[in-house]
Design a protein around this ligand. Structure first.
Ligand code: GTP
Ligand code: MG
Length: 472
């Protein structure tokens, strides 16, 4: 692997002579009052000066805001009234010269400004290219860059807090600390391989203990990453059940709006309906499904097929049944459709109607230990109990204490580092010579270096940054 070279400190290596430009704000009609076009690279200021007219005695100083107009240099016509922010290298996000045009929101002005910047010599930035330059110029490590992308994608307050901890370098410090400790051990071992007789004897037990401690910490990080994934990506929760048990009513209750049509006719819901919400900091996608029953109706049959697919692909299944009718054979058949391994919650609905009908109240868990929660989707009774049980059954209970969490890429590398350390520990156990210990130890160090970007190939970098949005 050929690791990429990164600039250190303020010594900016101009890795890329091109000036890039992109719209940095969300691109949607009427989405905001301000839109930003960002340029980065050696020509950024020149292009900025060509396109921007600042009246009066305003001077082009770094980190000062200029007021004026973007003009088309071809005919001098005004394109927009705007602010311009110049940030000269190395005091910018990319550590290159950066110019930002703060235009009016909407699509028209900002697109025109971008076109003019491109015509004046900039190239359209690829996805994540500003961040990639920031990384290559040593402005941030890979975990911080990824945390910025996670911040942009965050769907809940907790996910945003976790991303902020990453931007602050929480993960970078944990991983770099671990890697440093392993590097120390590697240095000790390698010194003994080369100059055993000139050095005091090495305490193999101490090295082994250090490797074992690092191994444990990595295993913990890998285990905790599942929680982080829940926070970032959220859960798909399918509400399934026989017709008329109140699935759509429950979706409406949890979404706090009349999202789905509710009627007393069995078979009301014909298609999957999604609703995005945040419960206790955890982003959820709730799926309302068509009630499952044998039917001759073609449309309903297609809907039921979708219900079955949703049930099989969900992270959690809420199986709703009608308390007034009680748990029936048909409910039992539906239960059998839920694949093993998908957390399941049985929800008895219509508790408000129980008094009149006198139906049996089921126990807190069924025979197999699956929790049963009783609610009324009509009155909202038991809503909190349901939310609590839902969070508990998907392991979200420990989310509050989470400080850092690895993403998928980082988890794979951490798991691979842990596996290398495990092999290294086995070698130690078998009393092999020092140089055998170092083989896997080096592998572990390399995997940790790939997390922070210390040791990572250009192809991998391109793949990581291409998942970022344009303009970031
Ligand atoms: N008393 C009472 N009625 C309820 C409750 N929840 C739902 N209902 C009623 O039950 C009927 C069916 O509700 P829906 O939410 O449409 O049921 P569904 O499971 O989505 O039905 P399908 O879409 O046909 O599968 C409606 O008349 C609701 O008002 C509840 O908690 N208590
Ligand atoms: Mg429905």
């Amino acid at each position: 692997m050929q690791p990429v070279t990164r600039g250190q400190g303020t010594d900016v290596t101009n890795l890329n002579g091109e000036t890039i430009a992109a719209i940095a704000t969300a691109v949607a009609a009427g989405a905001g009052s301000v839109a930003i076009v960002r340029l980065s690279g050696p020509e950024a200021e020149t292009i900025g000066r060509r396109l921007f007219v600042a009246p009066g005695a305003q001077c082009w100083e770094s980190h000062r805001v200029l007021y004026g107009h973007v003009v088309d240099p071809a005919d001098g016509r005004r394109v927009d009234e705007a602010l311009l922010l110049l940030m000269r290298a190395p005091r910018s996000f990319t550590r290159e010269d950066v110019v930002e045009f703060h235009c009016h929101g909407g699509l028209m002005a900002v697109r025109r400004v971008l076109e003019l910047a491109l015509a004046a010599g900039a190239r359209l930035a690829a996805a994540g290219e500003f961040s990639q330059r920031a990384f290559l110029n040593g402005r941030l490590d890979l975990t911080r860059a990824e945390a910025i992308a996670e911040m942009i994608a965050a769907r809940s307050r907790r996910a945003a807090e976790l991303a902020m901890a990453g931007i602050d370098g929480g993960l970078q410090r944990r991983i770099a600390g671990l890697r440093d400790r392993l590097l120390d051990q590697l240095a000790e071992l390698e010194a003994r391989v080369d100059f055993e007789e000139d050095l005091p004897p090495l305490d193999g037990e101490a090295v082994r203990a250090a490797l074992a401690a690092a191994h444990m910490e990595l295993e913990r990080l890998v285990a905790e990453s599942r929680q982080g994934e829940l926070l970032r990506e959220g859960l798909r929760v399918a509400i399934v059940g026989r017709p008329n048990v109140g699935k759509s009513s429950l979706l409406n209750l949890l979404s706090r709006r009349e999202r789905a049509i509710v009627t007393d006719l069995p078979g009301t819901t014909r298609d999957l309906l999604e609703s995005e919400l945040v419960l206790d900091g955890l982003p959820l996608t709730l799926l309302d499904t068509a009630g499952i029953r044998p039917t001759e109706d073609r449309v309903e049959r297609l809907g039921i097929e979708r219900s079955r697919q949703a049930l099989a692909a969900a992270d959690v299944v809420l199986l709703l049944f009608d308390l007034v009718v009680g748990w029936t054979e048909a409910d039992q058949e539906l239960r059998a459709l839920v694949p093993n391994g998908i957390p399941l919650l049985l929800v008895g609905n219509k508790i408000d109607a129980l008094d009149h009908a006198g139906g049996a109240i089921p126990a807190a868990t069924d025979g197999a230990g699956v929790p049963v929660v009783r609610i009324s989707a009509l009155t909202g009774e038991g809503r909190d109990r349901l939310v609590e049980a839902l969070l508990a059954c998907c392991g979200a209970g420990e989310l509050q204490g989470l400080q850092v969490a690895l993403n998928g890429r980082q988890r794979e590398l951490a798991a691979s580092a842990a596996a290398s350390l495990e092999r290294s520990l086995e070698t130690a156990e078998r009393g092999m010579p020092w140089d055998f210990w170092t083989i896997d130890l080096r592998g572990a160090i390399q995997s940790l270096g790939a997390i922070t970007g210390e040791e990572v190939s250009e192809a991998v970098l391109d793949r990581i940054f291409s998942r970022f949005c344009i303009g970031k």
